[in-house]
Design a protein around this ligand. Structure first.
Ligand code: SF4
Length: 685
C-alpha cells in the first residue's frame, strides 16, 4: 500500500494529537505534498466528522513561518531569545559532552527531564525518552500538573479510570457537566448531550463561571470554587433522607453505604448552601432531579480537582452514581477518565528495567522550588512537550530558576516558546503529522494509529529520533535504543495484561486505523478496589491518612487577598499551544477577566477597563468583563497567553505551587488575588 507520505495530492486519515479528551478522527487534504485543509473524519464512530476550530486551522501552525527549522545555540542572555543555527551533530555533541561532565562531577541526578502531553502520542510522550532517562539515571519528574489528584480520588471510590462509554450516552436523560467547559474542552461531550436533549434529556452545568457551556445548559448552577465536595455530600443527604437511593444496588455493589448514610446527616442543605453559595431550594431541586432521573451521567471535569482538596472532591462526586444505582443503567454513571480501558504494555515501551536505583523525584508543579534548591541543585533541564515558563504554577519563581546562568537547558519544540528563550540549545521538533505513533483517548474507548502524512519540517526531528541520537552520543549500547518506531509500537501492543485490548495488535491496528476497547460494560464485575466493590467507605484511604468516608475539607486560605482566582482554559488555545499563532490569537482576541458586578462596583471598576490583578506572587493585566458570569468574591480568567512585549499576561504568576491533597496534583484554582483599575475604559475615548 502507498504510504501517506507518498501521496502528493489527496485525502488521508489521521488523528488529533492534542491533549484533549475527544481525540478526533481527522482527514488531511494534501496538495503538492502539503496539508492544505483539515477536517473531521466522518467514519470515526464517536467524533463523526466534527472537529474544533483550533485544529481546523492547524495547518497554519504547521507551516507557520516562525517554526524552528534547525538546531540553535544561544548567543544572548538567557531569556533574550538570541540564537544562531548549528548542526544536529554539534547540538547532540554539546548536550552529551555537557551531561557526561555533569555525571562525572556531580552525578546523573543533576539532570532533570521536564515534559507533559503537548503531543499525546505514546512514542512521543512516554517511549524512547523514558528509556533514555531511565538509563541515564537522571532525576525523574512526577507528571502531576493535570488530572492526577482527581484520578487518585476517583480510584479510591471506583478502583480505576473507568467510566461511562460516550457511545452509550445517547440513552442518557440527565447530563450533569460538573466543572467542565465542554464546549471548549470536550466538544463532542456537549454535542452528544445536545443530541440527547432533542429526545428529552436535560443538561445541568455546575461551574464557577457561566462560560459557553453554562450558557447552553438547561440549568446553570454557579458554585464557590473548591466547595463541590460539600454540594455532592448535600445531594447525598437528600437522596438518603427522601429515600431516593437504590437499596439493592448499594447492597450488591458497594461497601459503606450505611456508614455513609449516618455521615451525610451532618451535611444539611442549609449548611451546604452556606458553604457553596447555592440556595437551599436549588440543592433540593438538584438532588431530586438526580434521584429521580435515569439514566443520569456526571461528566467530572478538570476544574474541581485543581484545588487543595481536589482529590477528595472527585472521590466524593464519584460516590453519587452508586447511590442511585446508575452504573447498572446503559448511559448512566460518571466519566472522569476512561484511560484504563486502553492501557498499553507500559514496561515494554518505557523499560523501567534500565533504572539502576530509585531516582530522585521532583513534582512538576514545584518546578520553581526545584530549580532554586541550593542543596544538590539541578544543573541541567531538558524540556519537551511542554512550556513551563507559561504553564507551571508560581511562574515568576519558575522563570527565576530558568534564568540561572549555571543551568544548562535544552528545549525541543516547534517554536521558540517562552521557555525556549531561556535555553542554551534549542532543537526543532516535528509536528504529530510528521510522526509515526499511536494514541489512546481518555474519554472515549478507541485506540488509534498515526502514520506520517508529511515529511519532517526542514531539519526537525521527532522525540524518539532525538533520544536515539542522544543515546548514541552517550554511548548507550542497549539494543532497545536501536528499536525503530514500528518495533516500539509492536512491543507496546504485545503481551498486554489489559483484557480490554485483547483484540489489538500492531498489525490489526495498522489495518483498521482505530479499534475499540472490548468488554467495557463489565465494569461492575471487575472493580479494582481492595474490596472489589464501589468503596463509599475506604479502608485504604484511612491507611493513607484520609477520612475513610467522603468529607468536605475547605481549601487553604493562603492569604488575605479578597478574591478567589480561577484561571481557566479559553476556546481557541490548548494550554499554550496556539497562543503564539496569529490565526488563533485573532480568534481569541485578548486575555479577559470575569468579575461580578458587586465586586466591580466596590472597586470602581467598569466593564472593559484594563485591570491589574495581583497577589504576593506576581501580577498581570487584562481587560475585565463585568457582569453576573461569576459569583461575588470570585474572578475567572481565560487562557494561557504567550508573552508579548509590554504586556503583563502571565496568569501563572498568580497561581500557587502548593500540591493538592492527593497524587501531588496542582492547585491552580485555590489562589487568591486583588484587582484594581489599571487603565479606565473612559481614558481611551
Ligand atoms: S483538539 Fe480536541 S476537539 Fe479539537 S480536533 Fe483535537 S481532539 Fe478534536
Amino acid at each position: 500500500m502507498q504510504s501517506y507520505l507518498e501521496i502528493e495530492n489527496g485525502v488521508v486519515p489521521s488523528v488529533c494529537s492534542l491533549d484533549c479528551p475527544d481525540q478526533c478522527g481527522l482527514l488531511l487534504h494534501k496538495r503538492d505534498g502539503k496539508i492544505v485543509k483539515i477536517e473531521g473524519d466522518p467514519e470515526h464512530p464517536v467524533t463523526k466528522g466534527s472537529i474544533c476550530n483550533k485544529v481546523r486551522h492547524m495547518s497554519e501552525r504547521i507551516y507557520d513561518q516562525n517554526r524552528i527549522t534547525t538546531p540553535l545555540k544561544r548567543v544572548g542572555q538567557k531569556g533574550d531569545g538570541k540564537f544562531v543555527p548549528i548542526s544536529w551533530t554539534e547540538a547532540i555533541e554539546t548536550i552529551t559532552d555537557h551531561w557526561k561532565t555533569l555525571i562525572s562531577e556531580v552525578g546523573p541526578e543533576s539532570i532533570l527531564p521536564y515534559s507533559f502531553y503537548a503531543n499525546m502520542g505514546k512514542l512521543s510522550s512516554k517511549g524512547m525518552d523514558r528509556r533514555f532517562f531511565n538509563r541515564l539515571g537522571s532525576s525523574q519528574l512526577d507528571r502531576t500538573i493535570c488530572s492526577v489528584a482527581g484520578e487518585v480520588g476517583y480510584n479510591y471510590t471506583m478502583g480505576g479510570r473507568y467510566g461511562t462509554d460516550p457511545e452509550e450516552m445517547t440513552e442518557t436523560k440527565l447530563f450533569i457537566l460538573w466543572g467542565i467547559n465542554a464546549v471548549s474542552t470536550n466538544m463532542h461531550q456537549m454535542m452528544i448531550a445536545q443530541k440527547a436533549r432533542k429526545n428529552g434529556a436535560k443538561i445541568v452545568v455546575i461551574d464557577v463561571h457561566k462560560n459557553q457551556t453554562g450558557r447552553m445548559a438547561d440549568w446553570f448552577i454557579p458554585i464557590i470554587p473548591g466547595t463541590d465536595g460539600a454540594l455532592a455530600l448535600g445531594i447525598m443527604h437528600i437522596l438518603y433522607e427522601e429515600n431516593m437511593v437504590n437499596q439493592s444496588f448499594l447492597e450488591d455493589y458497594t461497601i459503606g453505604y450505611e456508614a455513609l448514610q449516618d455521615h451525610v446527616k451532618n451535611y444539611t442543605p442549609q449548611m451546604v448552601s452556606t458553604i457553596t453559595g447555592i440556595p437551599v431550594e436549588d440543592i433540593y431541586s438538584l438532588a431530586r432531579m438526580y434521584g429521580t432521573t435515569s439514566p443520569s451521567m456526571i461528566r467530572i471535569g478538570n476544574g474541581p480537582q485543581h484545588h487543595d482538596n481536589g482529590g477528595m472532591i472527585v472521590r466524593t462526586i464519584a460516590c453519587l452514581p452508586a447511590l442511585t444505582g446508575q452504573w447498572e443503567v446503559t448511559g448512566g454513571g460518571a466519566l472522569k477518565s476512561n484511560a484504563d480501558y486502553l492501557t498499553h504494555n507500559i514496561a515494554a515501551l518505557e523499560h523501567p528495567n534500565l533504572l539502576k536505583q530509585p531516582p530522585r523525584r521532583f513534582n512538576m508543579n514545584r518546578l520553581g522550588d526545584a530549580l532554586l534548591e541550593e542543596k544538590e541543585p539541578i544543573r541541567s533541564l531538558y524540556v519537551y512537550n511542554s512550556n513551563p515558563a507559561l504553564v507551571a504554577p508560581d511562574a515568576n519563581k519558575v522563570r527565576e530558576g530558568l534564568a540561572r546562568t549555571d543551568l544548562f537547558m535544552v528545549v525541543h519544540d516547534l517554536f521558540l516558546t517562552d521557555t525556549a528563550k531561556f535555553a542554551d540549545i534549542v532543537l526543532p521538533a516535528t509536528s504529530a503529522f510528521e510522526n509515526t505513533d499511536f494514541y489512546t483517548s481518555f474519554w472515549h474507548h478507541y485506540i488509534h494509529i498515526q502514520e506520517p502524512v508529511i515529511p519532517p519540517f526542514e531539519d526537525s526531528k521527532s522525540n524518539p529520533d532525538v533520544f536515539r541520537l542522544l543515546a548514541q552520543g552517550m554511548g548507550f549500547e542497549e539494543p532497545s535504543f536501536r528499536d525503530d518506531d514500528q518495533e516500539m509500537m509492536k512491543q507496546a501492543l504485545s503481551n498486554l495484561t489489559n483484557p480490554h485490548l485483547s483484540e489489538v495488535t500492531y498489525e490489526s491496528l495498522k489495518e483498521k486505523r482505530f479499534m475499540k476497547a472490548s468488554g467495557t460494560n463489565t465494569i461492575l464485575h471487575n472493580l479494582q478496589t481492595p474490596s472489589g466493590k464501589i468503596e463509599l467507605y475506604s479502608k485504604q484511604m484511612e491507611l493513607d491518612g484520609y477520612p475513610a468516608l467522603p468529607t468536605y475539607i475547605p481549601i487553604i486560605q493562603d492569604s488575605d487577598y479578597p478574591l478567589l482566582y480561577v484561571p481557566t482554559a479559553n476556546h481557541n488555545f490548548l494550554n499554550t499551544i496556539f497562543s503564539n499563532n496569529e490565526k488563533h490569537i485573532k480568534m481569541e482576541k485578548e486575555p479577559k477577566l470575569f468579575m461580578n458586578l458587586h465586586d466591580a462596583e466596590l472597586r470602581g471598576i467598569e466593564d472593559k477597563d484594563l485591570v491589574r490583578i495581583w497577589n504576593d506572587r506576581g501580577e498581570c493585566e487584562m481587560t475585565v468583563s463585568v457582569g453576573e458570569h461569576v459569583l461575588p468574591g470570585v474572578v475567572v480568567s481565560l487562557g494561557l497567553w504567550a508573552d508579548q512585549t509590554g504586556e503583563k499576561r502571565l496568569v501563572n504568576a498568580l497561581t500557587p505551587n502548593r500540591v493538592a491533597d492527593m497524587g501531588g496534583g496542582a492547585t491552580f484554582f485555590s489562589g487568591r488575588v486583588e484587582v484594581s483599575v489599571s487603565h479606565s475604559n473612559d481614558e481611551e475615548s
